[in-house]
Design a protein around this ligand. Structure first.
Ligand code: SF4
Length: 314
């Protein structure tokens, strides 16, 4: 019986599916698996999803053979097939997690320039769902683009059969049609449905209106990417349109994979105005005074200056 150590460099706030598969794989073989501390291990698996997570520093423990994986190390890193194909993942390594994580598809139909999904996972393809957490609770559906999966109806049917609350992470409103909106509304959505309006040039308003025929606007949160290739007018246009439709925007300043990009003061102020709901609902950006003696109308008045040019060139 081997002693296996696990290390998650991104923290342990959200279940790490590859580590749960690794744990299940080794326990099936009769190995002893635990979160690595200063101990003696035959093998230690280290996962790092985010490039900015601090790297592993070897202390006094004996970690045996060290196997590193995850996008933070290499976007092409993959689990061996015999581990990746495991469908009964080990929830026991997260005793406090009372919900399930699930994928019905991997990959994506798109190849957005700021996203690694297509490089890492390729074009969209259905995958066999995993068994649910025996502790029950809601299901976090982590598909990158749920309705782009050619088998999305099977996924909806299974979710309806499971009859649990669902949190859908990847709803691409650009492909949303009336049929999808109808079935989306049949699911027991937990909290909000998250959509995104990343490119100002995408005209998604018609798709959003299709969605609103079945889904109440207050159940939708729309991520709005700024600082990538949009200017201040495009940022304001998107959040104001969403407000008109009763949809809550959530602004995300662009971060590069290595987290080296410096977020501008404008982006911080814009996000601070939109993401604080009371502010966003009570006054316009031009009237927002984030600091003493500074009003955000400055950004509009100076739109042709170097500041805005810089923004356009990001
Ligand atoms: S649609 Fe979403 S998951 Fe797909 S490539 Fe674009 S950002 Fe990535």
């Amino acid at each position: 019986m081997a002693k296996i150590g696990l290390i998650d460099l991104d923290g342990r706030n959200f279940p790490n599916i590859p580590l749960m598969k690794i744990s299940a794989f080794h326990k099936q073989k009769g190995d002893d698996v635990e979160w690595a501390t200063i101990g003696n291990y035959d093998k230690t698996y280290i996962s790092k999803i985010f490039t900015f997570s601090p790297d592993f520093v070897q202390g006094f423990g004996n970690y045996g053979e060290i196997i590193k994986g995850g996008t933070g190390y290499d976007i092409h890193s993959k689990l061996p097939e015999e581990i990746d194909s495991i469908r009964k993942i080990d929830y026991s390594i997260y005793p406090k997690i009372n919900y399930s994580v699930q994928f019905f598809s991997r990959g994506c139909i798109r190849n957005c320039p700021f996203c690694v999904v297509r490089k890492k996972e390729g074009y969209i393809r259905p995958v066999e769902p995993m068994e649910l957490n025996p502790k029950g609770g809601r299901i976090e559906v982590l598909d990158n683009n749920f309705f782009a999966n050619p088998n999305w109806k099977d996924a909806v049917n299974l979710l309806l059969k499971w009859n649990k609350k669902v949190n859908l992470h990847g709803v691409d409103v650009r492909i949303m049609n009336e049929e999808q909106a109808f079935w989306l509304n049949k699911l027991k959505i937990d909290g909000a449905i998250h959509i995104a309006w990343d490119f100002a040039t995408d005209n998604i308003l018609e798709n959003i209106k299709e969605m609103l025929k079945y889904v109440k606007s207050y159940k939708i949160i729309c991520y709005v990417l700024i600082g990538f290739n949009t200017n201040i007018e495009q940022d304001l246009y998107r959040v104001r349109k969403l407000k008109e439709l009763g949809i809550r925007p959530f602004v995300q300043p662009y971060r590069d994979l290595k987290n080296e990009r410096i977020i501008s003061q404008y982006e911080k102020d814009f996000a601070s105005w939109v993401n604080k709901r009371e502010r966003f609902m009570s006054f316009d950006f031009v009237d927002f005074q984030p600091r003493k003696g500074f009003k955000c109308s400055f950004y509009i008045d100076n739109k042709e200056n170097e500041f805005n040019q810089k923004l356009k060139n990001v």
